[in-house]
Design a protein around this ligand. Sequence first.
Ligand code: GLA
Length: 646
Amino acid sequence: MTSSAIPTPSGMNRLWYGGDYNPEQWPREVWDDDMRLMSRAGVTVATIGVFSWARLEPRDGEYDLAWLDDLMDLLHATGVRADLATATASPPKWLIDKHPEILPVTQDGTVLSHGGRQHYRPASAAYREHATRLVRVLAERYGDHPALEAWHVNNEYGCHVSRDYSDDAAAGFRAWLAERYGTIHALNAAWGTAFWSQLYTSFDQVDPPRVTPAGTNPTQTLDFDRYSSDELRACMRAEIAVLREVTPEIPVTTNFMGFFKGLDYWTWAGDLDFVTDDHYPDPEDPEAYVLAAMTRDLMRGLGGGRPWILMEQATSAVNWRDFNAPKPAGMHRLLSLQSVARGADGIMQFQWRQSKAGSEKFHSAMVPHAGEDSRVYRETEALGAELASLSHLRGTRSEARVAMVVDWPSWWALEQDSMPARISYVEQLLRWYRALHRRGVLVDMVPAAGDLDGYDMVVVASALALSDDAVTALAAVPARGGQLVVGYQTAVLDEHAHARLGGYLGDLQQALGVWIEELWPLRSGALAGVAAGPVSEWGEHVRVRDAEVLATFSGGDLDGLPAITRRADGDGAGWYVATAPEALGELVERVLDDAGVVWSSLPAGVEAVERGGHRFVLNHSSVPVEVEVAGRSYGVPSRDAVIDQL
Ligand code: GLA
C-alpha cells in the first residue's frame, strides 16, 4: 500500500465532501444559511462557478467579479475549500449574438440554439478565444486566494454535444486527417474508398460523416469519433495551458462521465492532476451498483491507480430520466462508501441547494426544497460525519491482480451500423465484470496498449478494432504465465476497421490456439461442458488448432462446435469464449483458480472490497445477509455496510 493523495495546495487532510454550489441563483442572505448548514454537514469542498459565465462577464470583456470575491471569502471564512470552475460550459447570449457561428450543428444539419447549455462547437476559434480569455481573468484574480483548492475545467465535456458536424468541425477534421495520414492516398487506403466509389483526390473534399442515404463509411465514422474526442480535448488543453501558466501550483481536473462513449478518456486523463467522475445510478435498477462499481474501477484505472474524486452524484432523485425514482434511505450512503472503497478520496454531489427555478428544480440536492428538517439533509449530515471518520484512507491505494481491457475505438466500431448484430459494448464488459464482482475480486480497468505485466489475469471481454501492437501485447500474456481471457468480437478488425483476414484475431490466433471460420450471431442456444446451460447473443464457427475444448455448442446450427477453449502455455493460458454463457461465473472461477487469485462467493447485491487496511462489505439488497469473506463472517443489514478494520 503506497500513498498518493490528490494534490492539495492547502495541505487538506480530509476527504472532499460537498457539491456543486450555485449561490448566484439565490439572494445573498441565503448564502449565510448555506454556510451554517455546510458547517453542520462537514462540507469540506464546494464546486463553484460552473455555469457562471454570463454572470462573471455580462458584456464582452466586462467582468463582474465582486460577487465571486465575496463568495470565495465566505467559503474561506467557513473553512470550505473551493473547486473553482472555469465557467466555460455555457457561453453567454452576447457571445452567441456576436458569433452565431459558435453554435453546434447536429448530424442532420440542425443548428442548436442558446437557451440550454453546452451550445458551442468544440472547433470554434471564437469560442476558444473567449473561453481562454475568461480563464485567464479567473486565474489571475483567484490564483492566490486562500480558498482555492483546485481548478474545475469546463464541465462534463461532450455531455450534450460530443459530435459537431459544423463547417468548423469539417475544417478541423480535415486538418486532423492530414496530420494522421499525410497523403490522401493513405486516407483512401485506410478508409477503403474503393468501396461504393468514395475515392477522394484531396483532403478538402472530405467531410464529417453527415447523414447519408446508406451505410456511411465505417472508417470515416471511426476517425470522426477519434477526431471529435481529440477536438474537445484540445478545448480542455487550451484552458489548462492558461491555468498552468498563471497558477502552476493549483491542481486541475475536469469531471468525466464514467463509461461515456463520446470521449476516449484514456487519452484525456494524462492532462489532469487528478481524475473526477459524475455518476448517477438509477435507483430503480437493482443491478445499478454493479455498473457503478465498474465505473469506480475505471476511474481508478484512468488515474493509473491513484485516488480519484466522485465529483457528482444525486442525493436522491434526478430529473432527466422518464421516471425519476428517489433513492431509498441508505442507498446514497452505500454508493458513496462504494466509491471510497474503490479509491475515491472525495464524495461530491450535484448540487448543494436544490434549485427553485430552471430545468433542474426537480433534481435532488444536499439541501432539498423542504429545507433542513428533512430526510435528505439529515443523510447529508450523517454522510459528512462518516466520511470525516474515514479521512485516514486518503491517499491509500489498492492492488488488483485482475485487469480488464477497455478500448474506446473498439466500442465505437462495435456499435456502428452494418455489423453482424447489435451488441452493447458496456453490456459485454458488464457480463464479465459482474462475474468477478460477485466473487469479490477487485478489477483494474486498463487500456488495450497498457502495461499488463503486473496482472495474473487479463480479461478482454471484447476489443473489436485493435492495432497489431495491441494484439501482440495481449498475445504475450499467456507466455509470461498469465491467464488471458478473450471474448468474442475481439481483434476481428484492425484499427482502421478492416477485417483481419484468414480467421480474424491476428496474433491472438497463436496465443489462443484457435481461428474463426465464420461469425454466427445467435439469439439463443446452449452449451455442454464448462458453463453448461443457456447462451445468448453470439456464436461462431471456431476452428481449433492447438487448444483444449472446454465447452461445445449443444443443439442448433452450431451443435458440437467449440464454444470455450483453453490453450495452456506453461503456467499461463489463453482462453477463448465465443458466446455469452449464462453460467459465466463457473468459467471465471476456473480461471481465477488457475491465476491463483483468491475469491469469495457473495450473494446477489453484496460486494466486498479492501482499501487501506479496511474491508468494506456492502449490502445493496433489500434483505439482510450473512456472508463469509476470506475466513471472516459478516452480518450486514439490508442496504447497509460493515467496514471492518483488518
Ligand atoms: C450533470 C451536470 C450537472 C447537472 C447534473 C444533473 O452531471 O454536470 O450540472 O446537470 O448532471 O444530474
